[in-house]
Ligand binder design. Structure first.
Ligand code: PL3
Ligand code: FE2
Ligand code: FE2
Length: 245
């Protein structure tokens, strides 16, 4: 309807953006900013906790503390980048919401840390959280505003470095940590599944599809397990914990 389009253009230029042929969401809408205040907070909290977690893992593997400090520093850079994304859109991150969002996984990490369980800590941070972040960033990039897209593209490369780090340590120690790893997976994969469910509504407002998120997560997760040295059958069994939990 031509006439309608012209009316809209005259009345509210911001609305025209949302119906632009690029199909991107309207980054200035109230609904977008509201969803972004929670999603962005989750990402900021996730990056902050990732920093703290790598530093903490360094206390369990002192000979690797230096490398882990480097990984941790990358997480702070990510956090700053995503803080800039919110500022750019004029959004205030809902940090209390994000703290709550991470608290079950955070609690399990702290418990494992206190018990000196390196394999559990690495599963939670370097495999589950990194695979979750990678899937979210992959699905976000094509529908992000140009400023955030650039930042997220830089971040996602680093996250592969983190995933690889966890993979390598777990691979080198697989036979001694197998049982602990399987148990930790049984306890934590269902939490990630719940986190995905919880974020899906807000993610949809950002034009991110839940099934795409889940598929991307599972592909990074399964690929990591393959690299660590699990067989296809073992991987299927490990992944099935997401359905049971
Ligand atoms: C560790 O390096 C990063 C941990 C971050 C966890 C991210 C969770 C992502 C939830 C869905 C976010 C969509 C992306 C939007 C970016 C502003
Ligand atoms: Fe990160
Ligand atoms: Fe990371």
């Amino acid at each position: 309807m031509h006439f309608g389009d012209v009316m809209v253009t005259l009345a509210n230029p911001a609305e025209v953006q949302s119906s632009a042929p690029d199909g991107l969401p309207d980054f200035t809408s109230v609904a977008y900013k509201d969803a972004y205040s929670r999603i962005n907070a989750i990402v900021i909290e996730g990056e902050q906790e990732a920093h703290d977690n790598y530093v903490a893992i360094g206390t369990l593997i002192p000979e690797q503390a230096e490398e882990l400090t480097k990984l941790a520093r990358m997480e702070l850079k990510h956090m700053k980048g995503f803080t800039a994304c919110a500022n750019n859109l004029g959004v205030t991150a809902d940090m209390p919401f994000a703290k709550e969002f991470f608290s079950p996984l955070h609690g399990n990490f702290q418990e494992a840390l206190a018990e000196g369980k390196v394999a559990t800590c690495l599963l939670i941070q370097a495999i589950l959280i990194e695979a979750f972040a990678i899937s979210a960033y992959h699905i976000y990039i094509p529908v992000a505003d140009p400023f955030a897209r650039k930042i997220t593209e830089g971040v996602v490369k680093d996250e592969y470095t983190h995933l690889n780090y966890g993979q390598e340590w777990l691979k080198a120690n697989l036979e001694s940590i197998r049982e602990e790893f399987e148990q930790a997976n049984r306890e934590n994969l269902p939490l990630v599944r719940k986190m995905l469910d919880q974020v899906a509504g807000d993610a949809a407002v950002l034009a991110m599809d839940k099934e795409d998120l889940m598929a991307d997560f599972l592909s990074s997760y399964q690929e990591a397990l393959m690299e660590i040295g699990f067989t296809s059958r073992e991987i299927a069994k490990l992944a099935a914990a997401a359905l049971v939990g």
